[in-house]
Design a protein around this ligand. Structure first.
Ligand SMILES: [Zn+2]
Length: 297
């Protein structure tokens, strides 16, 4: 979640091979003209499920350039996308004990119990799209035993290999999550997303905002369209103040900002770009308990 910036500054290799081409090419290559909605895109409902509250976080670690002494209470969440015969999670939350000692986490509910509040049995989840490999997003993949896991190919490669070698950066990555990811792959339950790709009809993944080595965000077509940014945009403040989210390394700030604009273009309105840890959707959208309905069925 937060606080990887220092580790990244200390450990990030200077010559991350993806940084330059992505920063230069990704926003232009993913201009809205190239991703015009298909006339036949299925209808999906979109819900944000609050897993926990996060107390007293440093804004400056999420909104680069914010005053260093500001604190904010925010949230941990995952997103539930249903339609076209699929039950899809965007991110999977977390449950491993070590992280509860490192962060101030309140009102926690385990992800499999949280989705049950929306009437979803964990074993019926068909797919998990992982935005990035940090503990609070990939840490619940083992709670959904039949789901196919979709992750960027370069994210998989980096965090199962080079991240743990000298000079690698694995800040915020839980070794047990990586083990579960590799185990799922050996069971045939991992699919690599290769750059910008339509994963399901009307659900598009984009790489290049670089919260981690190869993080991804989603554009979900429809009326209205939404972008699920995950931590490629931590808070609405990033969008409102044109400030980068924390990125793999500082050289990625310009690409992150370019992708933020791309997200707004895809969603049509800033309010429909959903940040990774902002509590505001639970007051902006119809909310019952832990569940905000961004788009009804
Ligand atoms: Zn996070």
């Amino acid at each position: 979640m937060k606080g990887w910036l220092i580790a990244a500054l200390l450990a990030a290799p200077l010559a991350a091979p993806l940084a330059a081409p992505l920063a230069a090419a990704a926003p232009a290559a993913t201009a809205p003209a190239a991703t015009a909605p298909a006339a036949t895109a299925p209808r999906y409902s979109i819900e944000e499920i609050r897993l926990a509250d996060s107390i007293g976080d440093s804004v400056a670690q999420m909104v680069i350039g914010a005053p260093p002494d500001q604190k904010i209470d925010d949230i941990y969440a995952l997103w539930l996308i249903r339609g076209n015969g699929r039950i899809i999670l965007f991110d999977s939350g977390f449950h491993r004990p070590r992280w509860f000692k490192e962060w101030t986490i309140r009102n926690y509910l385990r992800p499999d119990r949280a989705v049950a509040l929306a009437g979803v049995k964990p074993e019926t989840v068909t797919d998990i799209i992982v935005s990035h490999a940090h503990w609070d997003h990939m840490g619940g993949i083992d709670l959904f035993p039949r789901a196919m896991i979709w992750i960027q190919k370069e994210e998989y490669r980096y965090y199962t290999g080079p991240a743990w070698q000298p000079g690698g950066d694995h800040g915020g990555i839980d070794p047990e999550d990586v083990t579960e990811l590799v185990r799922a792959n050996t069971q045939g339950r991992v699919r690599w997303v290769d750059g910008d790709q339509e994963i399901f009809p009307g659900i598009h993944a984009y790489r290049g905002a670089r919260h981690t080595y190869a993080s991804q965000y989603l554009w979900i077509e429809g009326d209205p369209p939404f972008v699920l940014a995950s931590d490629n945009v931590y808070l609405y403040r990033n969008l409102e103040e044109h400030k980068p989210s924390a990125t793999f390394e500082p050289a990625d700030y310009p690409a992150n900002l370019a992708h933020q604009q791309h997200m707004i273009d895809l969603a049509g309105r800033m309010e429909r770009v959903i940040p990774g840890h902002d509590a505001l959707p639970f007051s902006r959208y119809p909310t019952q308990g832990r569940i905000a309905t961004l788009r009804a069925p």
